[in-house]
Write a protein that binds this ligand. Structure first.
Ligand code: PAF
Length: 275
């Protein structure tokens, strides 16, 4: 595995990769969820590139940019063992300059739910993903469904800017107790972790209701809320949307995403299920 920290040395190695390239962009603190993306990229491509870059422009003032977990040595080992060919670890100065040309998230889809709670987050996320896709010139890029709104916005960016890359959505990876894997789970104390399990429990309850024939969104949301209320410290939202991220009144089978964002202690967690 080659590790490149700047664009010039990255490009020299990239030029030599003749064949299909799969790309997994990350912010590091790699876990089994990232590994599942890397494994899929390996299965489907001749070469795999991973980037680790904690992107400052997608963090809002007061968010966890400074304390975001950094585990460079462990991450390198994980990538090496997983058979990654090229690991890109750029600095902020390598990626950004002053007075940049900016990419904006769409005004509706980019500013509801996560975008409403974190205004500007998706502008910064799209900005860096556009750069990373251009730098890596991959054939396919792999993103987890856990960040559902992120995934759909990246797909839209690729469509709207006629970018020549396939975006591959990948399933959410959960611990055996149901908690969706996230680099932020390390912030949870053991008692907070137990309470955080109400999030996946609540999602499962929602799905059960749909399976039993309940399609009314307000009824499903009430049932889900009653599970969360006791355990989470603040519920940012329960939302039921279609794949265009339009809020639904009734479940559209095969076209629905049920999403939760909630605080447990000082940690904000998101999770969802696709129906
Ligand atoms: O999902 C993430 O880890 C980040 O948002 C991404 C896609 C690597 C962009 O910084």
């Amino acid at each position: 595995m080659v590790v490149a920290r700047d664009y010039i040395s990255f490009s020299k190695v990239r030029e030599k990769l003749k064949g299909s390239v799969g790309f997994v962009p990350t912010m590091g603190a790699l876990h089994e969820g990232h590994l599942s993306l890397i494994r899929r990229a390996k299965e489907e491509n001749d070469y795999v590139i991973v980037s680790i870059f904690v992107n400052p422009t997608q963090f809002l003032e007061g968010e966890d940019l400074d304390k975001y977990p950094k585990k460079e040595e462990a991450d390198k080992k994980i990538c090496q063992l997983a058979g990654v060919d090229l690991l890109y670890l750029p600095t902020v100065e390598q990626i950004y300059e002053e007075d940049e040309l900016l990419i904006s998230a769409p005004k509706i889809r980019g500013y509801i739910l996560e975008g409403a709670k974190r205004p500007g987050h998706f502008d910064g996320m799209l900005q860096v993903v556009m750069k990373l896709l251009n730098i890596t010139q991959a054939n396919r890029a792999y993103f987890g469904k856990k960040d559902a709104q992120q995934l759909l916005l990246i797909e839209q960016m690729v469509r709207n800017y006629f970018m020549n890359i396939e975006i591959v959505p990948c399933e959410i990876v959960r611990d055996s107790d149901g908690l969706a894997l996230s680099s932020r789970n390390v912030y949870l104390s053991s008692s907070e972790r137990k309470r955080a399990l109400s999030i996946s429990r609540s999602l499962k309850r929602g799905v059960k209701l749909v399976q039993s024939g309940e399609y009314r969104v307000d009824v499903i949301k009430e049932a889900m809320k009653s599970i969360l209320e006791k355990d989470v410290d603040c519920l940012d939202y329960i939302a039921i949307v279609n794949r265009e991220f339009k809020l639904l009144k009734d479940i559209e089978e095969g076209n629905t995403i049920v999403l939760i964002a909630a605080w447990v202690g000082d940690t904000r967690l998101i999770d969802n299920l696709w129906l």
